[in-house]
Write a protein that binds this ligand. Structure first.
Ligand code: KDG
Ligand code: MG
Length: 415
């Protein structure tokens, strides 16, 4: 069997997605992967089209490990979000082909089911504690057992994850920013304002309120989004201890991993990290030193199922669980890959999920299904997702950026 074509499809049904379709010389046999990198979609599409696809034509798609090694080590330039997202798109499509050929769902090829469904988490947000409480209650009514809670911060214009109007307001602060209005080249990033002081006062108060009102049984947690210094993160994690978070996500920036040693010494709040990592070597020190409790890489940005399975197996040895990243800005094929791994891993922890708009289901069918707190994938061969190419072509790429963040004095902050 040989690869005959690698099609790269960029489509924007509600937001941009990059889809990889690998065709083979076996009639009707193809695989579909996702190579979406939020705000950098065309870099990945170009890397795939111009540099990677030509290397794959004529190769045996069954040799996933060899193709992975060739694209990672064999081409000299390795790592980074663009290349590892491209590699993930190829990897997922190859697993899809392998599953279809074997007549088995991918979770079966990964070792078979260890559980009947993947414990899912969703997001709750609001402008204040009361709104977040209402949102948490409505997510509990939907059956969720684990919920991420984010809240608008008084004095900070626009807050990551607060949702609805609270987040939309952030875009307006941008109008004071030179170059951040709508220009000839398309929309420019919105700019949020963020200060640590109000944030560090608000979040413990939010979780005190939630525990007082919704009780202790529901699992709650919070995403810091890499904004604190190590000692600020230590303070927050310590102050959150009485509220028993499921975990505290991405407390500090991803570069200086040794800072987790400082953080860990101060708190028993479980820690999660990983959506900005791009190779297993970034994860390994945190895992082997047991500096985190959950590794939450993005399968779609770390080279796909092949790499994520290796990371998960290393993590299992050190009692670290998985919590793969699953936001709306990665495509259904990566969400499905998440769940195939979740179902097969002994050390699965929790799975982030989104509800895609109907139009995404039409263009990219086959996303995992949610029921009463758990995610599942169909028992059909392969990954289970597809692309409707004709419909995809009706939703052309639209340039879009992630927001940015600045301090009150105008200096750059991590978003
Ligand atoms: O593109 C960036 C998003 O995927 C990220 O901001 C979402 O932090 C995120 C999460 O935990 O879902
Ligand atoms: Mg996050």
């Amino acid at each position: 069997m040989k690869i005959t074509e690698v099609r790269v499809i960029v489509t924007s049904p509600s937001r941009n997605y990059v889809v990889v379709k690998i065709l083979t010389d076996e009639p009707g046999l193809y695989g579909v992967g996702d190579a979406t990198l939020n705000g950098r979609e065309l870099s990945v599409a170009t890397a795939l089209q111009e540099h990677i696809a030509p290397l794959l034509i004529g190769r045996d798609p069954d040799r996933i490990e060899d193709i992975w090694q060739m694209l990672f080590r064999g081409t000299y330039w390795r790592g980074g979000p663009v290349l590892m997202t491209a590699l993930a798109g190829i990897d997922t499509a190859l697993w899809d082909i392998k599953g279809k050929r074997a007549g088995l769902p991918v979770y079966s090829l990964l070792g078979g089911k260890t559980r009947e469904g993947a414990l899912a988490y969703t997001h709750a947000g609001g402008r204040d504690c009361i709104e977040v409480e209402d949102d948490v209650r409505s997510k509990m009514a939907d059956g969720f057992k684990v919920i991420r809670a984010q809240c608008a911060i008084p004095g900070n214009v626009g807050t990551y994850g607060a949702g609805g109007e609270a987040e939309a307001a952030s875009a307006r602060w941008a109008s004071a920013e030179p170059g951040s209005t709508w220009g000839d080249g398309g929309p420019m990033p919105s700019v949020e304002q963020w200060e640590p002081g109000p944030y560090l006062r608000t979040i413990p108060a939010l979780f005190a309120h939630l525990r007082n009102t919704v009780g202790n049984e529901i699992e709650l947690f919070h995403d810091v989004h890499e904004r604190l210094t190590p000692i600020q993160a230590a303070r927050l994690a310590k102050e959150l201890e009485p509220f028993h978070l499921f975990f505290l996500e991405d407390c500090i920036r991803p570069e200086h991993k040794e800072s987790f040693r400082l953080l860990r010494q101060h708190t028993t709040t479980p820690l999660a990290m990983g959506e900005l990592f791009h190779t297993r070597w970034e994860c390994v020190p945190l895992i082997t030193e047991q500096l985190i409790d959950y590794i939450r890489c993005d399968i779609g940005h770390i080279g796909g199922i092949t790499e994520a399975q290796k990371i998960a197996h290393i993590a299992e040895t050190f009692y670290v669980s998985t919590a793969w990243h699953g936001p709306g800005d990665i495509g259904p094929a990566t969400h499905a890959a998440n769940v195939h791994l979740d179902l097969s891993l002994a050390n699965f922890g929790v799975q982030e999920m989104v509800k895609f708009p109907e139009v995404v289901h039409e263009v990219l069918p086959g996303a995992p299904t949610y029921q009463n707190g758990y995610l599942n994938v169909a028992d059909t061969p392969g990954i289970g997702t597809d692309v409707n190419e004709e419909l995809a072509s009706k939703y052309p790429y639209e340039r879009a950026y992630l927001p940015m963040s600045r301090r009150a004095d105008g200096s750059v902050m991590d978003w």
